[in-house]
Design a protein around this ligand. Structure first.
Ligand code: LMR
Length: 394
């Protein structure tokens, strides 16, 4: 029977990881997949996670099943981190998932269960896996304008005009912060305007937040998600712990469904547990347990927040260095946007030919849409990248 299967398209970001690994050039620079690397090129286990792991090894007495939605303590801790006190806990259903991708998938599954005809409005561009999952699930996709190729900022007028076409029964997929792949983000005023539009149209927002703490700080990065969750009758939120806790391979995420009342919350909670059961039964626990320990122990939490802030500051420093190096070499401000973008990524806004040239002639790897991972740089490689960008003629 399997002779009916066709080759599936490779995920562009993950395929690039392999091409990079196979490149024998010692000077190669990886600005591809969204993984944080320190100045030595290492993705470290965060100090607080390491400490929690040690503690867990000493105290854990069983590996028996948790609940279908994971350990409720994980949901409580993450809801507090993402939503603060913006929504009553009794109105939030939540389930642990395998990473942020699992949360996105379970969220889309819930949408499909509720309304098989839902259209999902997504920012153009968005994380390619959003579209791949939607296509696989057969949900209709509608792009909304987002990135302004000239300014490399948000095309807010275009975005609002397109989102006005979403209505009740549709989903508006938003990035909570640190937009992937562009690095261009909404201001607080723009978030307020988006919320007013959602209230007017009745479309349901779904927010993917995978980089909280990487942009303007833990609280500021949650501004949009908290405003949306406290202003509309219902929304979905997919949160990832991969990046801000550095637990990539542990697959740690949470899907949240916010509703207007506790009766609806009960149904949503049952739905999320049901969906977990259908797909993999119990979600992975190890990473979720570590995150819970870090968030609920004041000393571990303070150390984690401090290390995350160091990471954020180092990325901001690299942005500033790259923007000024490019200003010096080009004699213009046309790369100033790199200093204004936030999060792990910036989209250069150049052609895939130029991206290929950077790879072939300079051993510099970035995603074909010209997304570069700022965290793949260090102070020594920034001038090398800047020179290469000017040399290939971007
Ligand atoms: C990325 O966008 O590079 C990361 O989110 C990793 C992934 O799974 O694609």
């Amino acid at each position: 029977m399997f002779e009916t299967l066709k080759e599936q398209p490779a995920d562009k970001i993950l395929a690039l990881m392999q091409v990079y690994r196979d490149d024998p050039r010692p000077e190669k620079i990886d600005l591809g997949v969204g993984v944080y690397k320190n100045a030595e090129g290492v993705t470290p286990v965060m100090r607080a996670i390491k400490a929690a792991e040690k503690q867990l090894w000493e105290t854990e007495t069983t590996k028996s099943y948790t609940g279908l939605a994971g350990d409720p303590a994980f949901a409580d801790a993450m809801i507090d981190l993402v939503l603060g006190g913006s929504v009553a806990r009794g109105n939030i259903a939540a389930a642990a998932t395998p990473g942020g991708t699992g949360a996105v998938r379970q969220g889309f599954d819930m949408v499909k269960l509720a309304n098989v005809g839902a259209r999902v409005f997504y920012s153009d561009p968005t994380w390619p896996n959003h579209l791949s999952i939607l296509k696989h699930m057969g949900l209709e996709q509608v792009p909304y304008r987002y990135f302004d190729e000239d300014t490399r900022g948000v095309d807010f007028d275009g975005m609002m005009a397109d989102l006005a076409k979403a209505g009740a029964g549709d989903i508006v997929l938003l990035h909570g912060c640190c937009h992937n792949p562009t690095g261009a983000n909404l201001t607080q005023i723009q978030w307020q305007e988006v919320v007013a539009l959602l209230q007017k149209t009745g479309a349901t927002p779904m927010i993917d937040i995978a980089y909280q703490g990487f942009g303007d700080g833990l609280e500021d990065d949650a501004y949009g998600v908290r405003l949306v969750a406290s202003s509309v009758p219902e929304c979905l939120i997919a949160a990832s712990c991969s990046k801000n806790f550095g637990v990539y391979r542990e697959r740690t995420g949470l899907i949240m469904a916010v509703s207007a009342d506790s009766a609806r919350q009960k149904i949503n909670q049952g739905t999320l547990s049901f969906l977990n059961r259908q797909n993999y039964s119990f979600p992975p626990d190890h990473g979720a347990r570590l995150v819970t320990m870090v968030l609920t122990d004041p000393a571990l939490r303070a150390d984690w927040a401090a290390e995350l802030e160091e990471v954020r500051q180092s990325m901001l420093g690299l942005r500033t260095q790259l923007a000024s190096e490019l200003q010096r070499l080009s004699g213009s401000d046309r790369f100033a946007f790199i200093g204004q973008h936030r999060g792990m990524f910036s989209r250069l806004g150049t052609t895939s030919d130029m991206v290929d040239k950077l790879r072939d002639e300079h051993a510099i790897y970035m995603v074909g849409d010209s997304r570069l991972n700022i965290a793949g740089l260090n102070t020594q490689t920034v001038p090398i990248l800047a020179e290469a960008i000017i040399k290939v003629g971007i």
